[in-house]
Design a protein around this ligand. Structure first.
Ligand SMILES: O=C(O)[C@H](O)[C@@H](O)[C@H](O)[C@H](O)COP(=O)(O)O
Length: 250
């Protein structure tokens, strides 16, 4: 089923389709979970019909876990899927707060155990090398990218007010190392590695997973301007390329 098929799950309209963005609004968390999981697996299945391998980039945070768990049950050729991260905190991949650990525990289960999970950090790997490795892997651009959005309007590890945000937004490399010190949204994890708009641009499928009235109102606010230095999550729809599909539920 395509994302538009989410209607079958009770899509409730809203901002709709402005050319750069389409909103899929569900009535319940269960519908949202399965609607988003089906949208991701359909995009991967289409990729796998045309290519030997498919590449999927996923975000961390508290929101997407149930979607990843549902996606892990999808009957696609997971042995031909490379799963990598939109961003990572400067933590080892088995740290409970790392995004790699989230993916291992939510997605790399059930049928998706056969997928190849690529981590950015590794024991003994220095920061610069971790960035270089992420950029090396990104030579194979991702077809499907799943983004999140923080309450402060960040996406990936691009935080409002962080040091050299403009440098990260205009970088020509797919990944950059960032210092998010001073941005409350970054929590305890200041050093991070993040996807950039250049890394997002090649994807043919762009998905944003958000929940709650607060984020819906923030999304409305984001759509009023293109200034990504104010709200970096605007890169999700201002970066030239694929239309953004926002999957939302209360
Ligand atoms: O490492 C991270 O923090 C994430 O990849 C991040 O970009 C996430 O997508 C947003 O912070 C939304 O997080 P919540 O879902 O917890 O609001």
């Amino acid at each position: 089923m395509s994302p538009t098929g989410a209607a079958a799950f009770g899509i409730s309209g809203g901002i709709g389709d402005d050319g750069r963005m389409q909103l899929h609004a569900y009535e319940s968390a269960t519908q949202w979970t399965w609607g988003a999981a089906i949208a991701i697996s359909s995009a991967l299945a289409r990729d796998l019909e045309q290519n030997a391998r498919a590449r999927l980039l996923l975000s961390g945070g508290k929101t997407p876990g149930p979607v990843y768990a549902a996606l892990s049950k999808s009957p696609i050729a997971w042995d031909r899927v490379d799963v990598a991260l939109v961003d990572e905190r400067w933590l080892l991949p088995d740290d409970p707060d790392s995004n790699a650990r989230l993916l291992r525990e939510s997605l790399i289960q059930n049928k998706a155990q056969k997928a190849r999970l690529e981590t950015i950090t590794r024991a003994g790997r220095p920061f610069d090398e971790a960035i270089a490795t992420a950029n090396l892997h990104a030579r194979q651009p991702a077809g499907v990218v799943v983004l999140g959005m923080g309450d402060d309007g960040h996406t990936a590890s691009l935080f409002p007010g962080m040091v050299d945000l403009e440098g990260a937004l205009s970088a020509s490399s797919p990944y950059v190392g960032v210092d998010a010190g001073g941005s409350p949204g970054a929590g305890n994890w200041q050093r991070r590695i993040s996807l950039t708009p250049a890394g997002l641009a090649p994807a043919h499928t762009r998905i944003l997973l958000i929940r709650g009235e607060k984020k819906r109102a923030l999304l409305d606010r984001l759509l009023q301007s293109d200034d990504a230095t104010e709200f970096p999550a605007r890169i999700a729809f201002t970066t030239p390329g694929a239309k953004l599909h926002v999957h939302w539920c209360p």
